[in-house]
Design a protein around this ligand. Sequence first.
Ligand SMILES: *[C@@H]1O[C@H](CO)[C@@H](O)[C@H](O)[C@H]1NC(C)=O
Ligand SMILES: *[C@@H]1O[C@H](CO)[C@@H](O)[C@H](O)[C@H]1NC(C)=O
Ligand SMILES: *[C@@H]1O[C@H](CO)[C@@H](O)[C@H](O)[C@H]1NC(C)=O
Ligand SMILES: *[C@@H]1O[C@H](CO)[C@@H](O)[C@H](O)[C@H]1NC(C)=O
Length: 900
Amino acid sequence: MFIMLNSACAAHYLVFTWIFGVCYGFVLLSSAAGAGNAADILEPGGSWTYDMHTVVLLNEKNESGKDVGFLVAGEVLVQVLWGSSDQQRLLRFEMSPQLYIKSRKAPSPDGFIPHSSNLDSIENKQFFVHWNQGKINKILLPKNEKLSIANLKKGIASLMQFQLLDSEEGNETDSSGVCKVSYTSTGPTIMKKYKTDCTSTDLPYVYNPDVLLGINVESDRTVTYEIDTSGDKIKRINSDEAHVMSLNAKENAGNKIEVHQTLLFKEQSAVNVIEGNTFDEVLERAINQERIAFTQESLVIEKENELNEVKKFSNALKDCRENLKGDLLGKLGPAKSFMKMVTSARISDKEDIAKVLTSGKNKPILHQLYDILGFAQTKDSHEAAMKSLRIERPDHEEFIERYYWALSLSAHPNPEIINDLINRYLKQSDIPRKLKETLLQTISSMAYRLSKFPEITQSSKKIMVKVEEILIHGFEHSKDADDRLIILRALKNLKSDTLIPFLLKTIKTGTLKEGSLAWKTIKTLNPSSWNGDVQKAAWRTFFQLDKVHDSSARTIACDVLLESHLSDDALKQLLLFLLHDEQRYEVKQYLWQRIKMIGETDENFNRRVADIIKSNAQLNNYHILAPKGLSTALVRRFLESPSANGSLVAIQEMDSGIVKRGTVDIVLEKNESHQDICSLGIFSGGLGSFISSEPPSDPDESATAGIELTLLGTQIRPFVFFSDQGELLGHVWSGTASEMTPAFQALALLQDHREYVRLGSGFIAELDVKGAVSFDLSGKISISLWNKNAASVVRKSAGIVVEGFSVIDTDFVRSQAEFIVSIEPKLNLETDIDFYSEAKLCMKLSQPEFIVRHNTFKIERIPGSKHRLRKVTYRKSIVPGRTYALNKKNNEMCNSISGS
Ligand SMILES: *[C@@H]1O[C@H](CO)[C@@H](O)[C@H](O)[C@H]1NC(C)=O
Ligand SMILES: *[C@@H]1O[C@H](CO)[C@@H](O)[C@H](O)[C@H]1NC(C)=O
Ligand SMILES: *[C@@H]1O[C@H](CO)[C@@H](O)[C@H](O)[C@H]1NC(C)=O
Ligand SMILES: *[C@@H]1O[C@H](CO)[C@@H](O)[C@H](O)[C@H]1NC(C)=O
């Protein structure tokens, strides 16, 4: 009996090890000839029988509630038919697995009883393995056996792929796919193998690159080998693995799969060795002895039948039609049906989809059907949609927009579809303006989303560059002012850093409006791209050093400055601006509001501001720090959880007593990642002269107002309520806008994740998570010229459902764990404006109570048998309603409006 040291554990450690038993940098070996190699354990002629025990359990992530799962147990015979001096072996295996299920009647501790299953009758013969210096490149399986038994065999064979020397890194291909492996001995006879980063590039992998809409899967795989102290056999092999999948945005929603496999030595005998010089020669003899046909494969296990059967589009719609009605949007039902229908659309052919689109029965839900097709994004779904949509038909405009919007919101853009849309844009000259704007925004958004997948940089870069060129060329060659604005807005969705020189040029030479749109685009870029040129331009714009700028351009430039890392001196310059005699006093108020807002969450910033103010006698003056104006900026937490924080950011830039630019952003944050869920913007222009006695900022501007919406970072074209004074007066007199009216409705996928995990013991788990939102934005506005007041209500409603499941499906058993989380949140923004004498504005931001449901289902069944198990847990918690305290000034004005 010899003790081998590995290189990292020098000889003198041996003594310590002997005494303290801490550093096990060695393993016991059987023969003097061996240099720590595993081949010595597999002596030719050896034959061992093991008890095999494989437990597979599925549960919720935190293992609350009872799990479901099964046990496969039986005997495994391992024989060494041949060995060479260069450590090659021919191994022969037999195994006899049986299925056990959990039962209350079963004996403890593990609670399993045998159950008949297909495993009892499917063909299962002996198999061979070519073992070469601890690695297995070939397994020879009997021809035409079912995948489920072949996979179990590969799982057993994979256990025999091992080394007995410590090693830091290497990679092995086995039943789990291609994994990084390391070996560490943890006792004189114990070797642990860690498998990490297992990849299965041959199986589908779909994910959402936005962190907060993503899924986290953590895997742990260890195999422990215990060698008999005599060094001539393996006493025990334990393979333990766990895979935990959870939602990044709600970490307690998730599933866990655990597998524990054991081979325990039972008895030893001997087998006749086959003579021969090469492996191939010996293998041929061995096969001749068995008299059956074999096929040669790798150890990687293969996917059986498509795990979940998906119905065709036309068929699936039968169950979903009712739920897809427009008046239900904003609720949960449509979100649930939407997920099902997207899955169906993805596997359906053009003809089947086209049939649904043309059927009279589906007329009332056509809008929603186009949402579904936009998210399906296959070649077939696109062709079916494009075939039925006619750009020259005004009654198709709404459908076309819904389809484009869905395309632009999908996390998985199809490059073929982007190219098709680009061609349509370039070839068609008569696209109505609204559609043209939506088309360009869609192309930009899709190009940007495609660029987020690091694995396809080449082709996505090409598309990005192409879109950028087309838009800039279009801008520079268009004589039409509105066309140019459309292009500038589309660039906001492209979010490309390389646009900066073009945008800065537009700020310098463009119109007031173009300048403020260019700033809006810069603001959407990653702040790390705001280089020195952007900083300089922001100073010039904010202080109007080069020319007069639109007040919105100035306030956005102000945001850019404040969100850059300002030096103390620069911050002081900004604060001194509060002392300026500034005609547009709202810009001053805006600056002050934003400084206070940042200070609310950034203590360091707050302290710097306080220090500057204290050290300056003029600034340190109450009156200056309460500048005139109604602009507001504030941030309020609406969610604080271990997984993510949520904030509402409400900013209003006022002009002449009217909201010129207002936004309410819903932002989720996790660590350093932000996800803009939704941003609602209100804009108005040219109304100053209409309501206020103050001089307008842009006397040529015609009266306009509308809302702007950004969903998941994608800007939707603005919805204009009126675009001149006549139209406005029409609304005022007829009261058309004073009923609650939907402005925007949509169905969208949030999470969209599917992957397959190869479990080492011979099963494939499918992990699938889909989340969907059904969204409704409605509003009303009433203006009374008589009483000189106006009131508006904007209501956002959303039904959000996330459904995730882990399933293992074989010919003999099917186990599944599933969670469904759902919420139905609403947000109301009410604004009252009184412009009778001095303008007063009162805003109320409120969120009614809503319920969070988190249900889990665990289901098990044995094909061909009556056995069915279903364990369900329903949980519900209530998020109380609340009204957000805005600021003191707002409160005072609300009191004053309601009091007068
Ligand atoms: C597991 O998670 C669920 C859902 O969040 C929770 O209700 C339950 O209390 C948790 N159980 C444990 C043991 O932490
Ligand atoms: C596996 O390891 C070998 C040798 O260490 C290396 O050449 C090869 O690139 C690795 N393969 C993978 C997929 O990492
Ligand atoms: C949420 O905010 C708190 C307080 O600012 C912070 O400590 C925590 O790390 C944040 N949580 C996440 C998930 O980002
Ligand atoms: C980010 O979150 C993960 C867990 O979600 C945590 O382990 C990590 O430390 C966090 N990083 C930072 C910078 O807070």
